[in-house]
Design a protein around this ligand. Sequence first.
Ligand SMILES: *Cc1c(COP(=O)(O)O)cnc(C)c1O
Length: 361
Amino acid sequence: MTDAIRPQPGILDIALYEGGKSHVAGMQNAVKLSSNENPFGPSDRAKEAFQRTVHSLHRYPSTDHAPLRDAIAEVHGLDPARVICGVGSDEIITFLCQAYAGPKDEVVFTEHGFLMYRISALAVGATPVEVHERERTTDVDAILAACNRRTKLVFIANPNNPTGTMISVAEIERLAAGIPKQAILVLDGAYAEYVEGYDGGLSIVEARQNVVMTRTFSKIYGLGGLRIGWGYGPKAIIDVLNRIRGPFNLSTTQLEVAEAAVRDQDFVNRCRAENARMRHWLSVALAEVGVPSDTSMANFVLARFASEEEATACDAFLQSQGLIVRRVAGYKLPHCLRITVGDEASCRRVAHAVAQFKGVK
Ligand SMILES: *Cc1c(COP(=O)(O)O)cnc(C)c1O
């Protein structure tokens, strides 16, 4: 290849995103607890919708996503004109960076924040700015101190991945009020549905002109394989994002399955309750064998070990037992393992294996 052919600045600085492992060599029925997937899969109504779409695959999908936007708006009490749907919430994050950040602009996120914020910022030539957290929790003062006249976007996930911690609505309001006037605060609500009584920061989006919320069908809805997410924000921002959205970014199948899924809130409520029950059980079981974790508000537990070596050894032991969890060294947490809350049998297996590793059982 000739040296004259070069990608845009920033692109070669992107480290490839590594998903959670899904196989262990030589192991047939490994339990995957590495990608925060819903152990119960999608709801039956979503699966039925998937089957139905096979008959209309020759038709182009809708370009305005009106039926899905209406369903989301109805369920959450929103203005459908201010909902935008994408290929996972990842695509909404991409749109925000493409539309609002470029060379010499800064995109702010936290130390243990989602890796896609850095990737999306670098992809548009913007400068990623990483801010320290306080005890694995978003620190509003540190974020405000990192903002300046070049700041265009501030991303926080609440609850955060991979820490599971969250900050209060009052703290988010303080952040939204304190960022520079040319900046947008993005509230990534990938795990919002797991928090009883939390609206994902909706009240703040409604009250302000500088806040966008992103949500996903990949987590509690159990549809990570289908790739559907959405965003909600001020009309002016959503109009901008729609200009760069491909007209056919979502297939008929994605649109119809997501619509059926969001209308099945009984399923969501059952998953939330079961997750809370097993998450509590798992964190207590781990703590009893000397593996602490912060109080998680999401569908995983961040297990802390004494050292990187111990986390590495425990990960290897779990794999030998057919259990796949997530290393989070890429999130600057080399001494931790992120364990997705699975069904009861999986939680019992992983707790038992960690106890064996610690020599307790
Ligand atoms: C899983 C996750 C998402 C969801 O991404 P999709 O593209 O919707 O699958 C977004 N943000 C965070 C912090 C996540 O952990």
